[in-house]
Design a protein around this ligand. Structure first.
Ligand SMILES: [Fe+2]
Length: 296
């Protein structure tokens, strides 16, 4: 059965591109590949020509998510499977493929209304990527860009879409009560050895996305990123911590659009031959606390 291989790219719509430029380049350590005619920030973090594009707009939310499929044949087969299953799938126009710097793409929406793009053959950048802020680099390759956590209108229909139709596999779940009356049931799915490429939960949140995650190659680079957030006055949403399921060492900072970015290192990789699906009862083994308020 054709399936997605990895998270390929993300598009955001942001109301303050100046704040995003400082945040992306100076705090996170991404590279500016180019600036679009409309002022979009085209960002890279590895040898792929572009990974994150921040478009001007009022939404301050995820605009689209791109999942890579290995090869044109598998891509077309997956698009056909989705279409046969009742999804409205449209082949992306050549100008959209050029803008995304991919050979071919198909566009559809997930059951929660998130614009999804399935593509193959992303363009490589002409030169290698190096970040002075992140000397260890961003962990991508076969594991893709990172992961994202989405807000689902209905977890069961999201589950069917991402597992049955896009071919992802269940990693585990976290079911926990955050506060009286606020329970979360988060589903984590993998498409490759990265513990999860997509997670989703029903939650009373105003945006499509809760956070996206970028993985760094060294723990000290996560520490330096944390220091740069403090120096730049970027709000920390959750201090250092580890989740019980992926085991990643990470913290969460608030992007200029209000949703979060998780900056992480390490973590468990999934081997489907031996992986056992579990359900956990807490979000974090330790840490990931809201920052202490001085003097409180
Ligand atoms: Fe995460």
């Amino acid at each position: 059965m054709p399936a997605i291989a990895r998270l390929g790219y993300l598009g955001f719509e942001a109301s303050d591109l100046g704040a995003w430029e400082r945040f992306a380049l100076e705090v996170i350590g991404l590279g500016l590949a180019e600036r679009g005619a409309d002022g979009s920030l085209v960002l890279r973090l590895d040898d792929q020509a572009q990974r994150i594009v921040v478009h001007p707009g009022a939404a301050d939310d995820l605009a689209y998510v791109g999942f890579e499929v290995d090869g044109e044949h598998a891509l077309c087969a997956l698009a056909q499977t989705l279409s046969d299953s009742g999804c409205k799938v449209t082949e992306g126009k050549p100008e959209v493929a050029r803008a995304r710097r991919v050979a071919q793409l198909f566009q559809l929406e997930d059951p929660s209304g998130v614009p999804v793009e399935l593509f193959c053959s992303p363009e490589r950048a002409s030169g290698p990527f190096r970040s002075d802020a992140v000397p260890s680099g961003f962990v991508t390759g076969d594991e893709g860009l990172g992961h994202l956590v989405l807000v689902a209108r209905n977890a069961a229909t999201n589950d069917r879409f991402y597992r049955k139709l896009l071919g992802m596999k269940l990693s585990d779940r976290i079911q926990t009560e955050l506060a009286p009356g606020l329970s979360l049931d988060i589903t984590f799915l993998h498409a490759n050895p990265r513990h999860h490429t997509v997670a989703f939960t029903e939650a009373p949140l105003p945006k499509r996305i809760h956070h996206f995650m970028l993985q760094l190659g060294a723990m000290e680079d996560v520490g330096h990123a944390y220091d740069r957030c403090l120096d730049a006055g970027v709000p920390i949403a959750n201090t250092f911590g580890q989740h019980p399921n992926d085991g990643m060492f990470s913290f969460y900072a608030r992007t200029p659009s209000g949703f979060l970015v998780e900056i992480g290192w390490g973590g468990r990789r999934v081997d489907d031959a031996t992986w056992e699906v579990r359900t956990y009862d807490r979000l974090s083994t330790w840490g990931h606390r809201p920052p202490a308020v001085p003097g409180a």
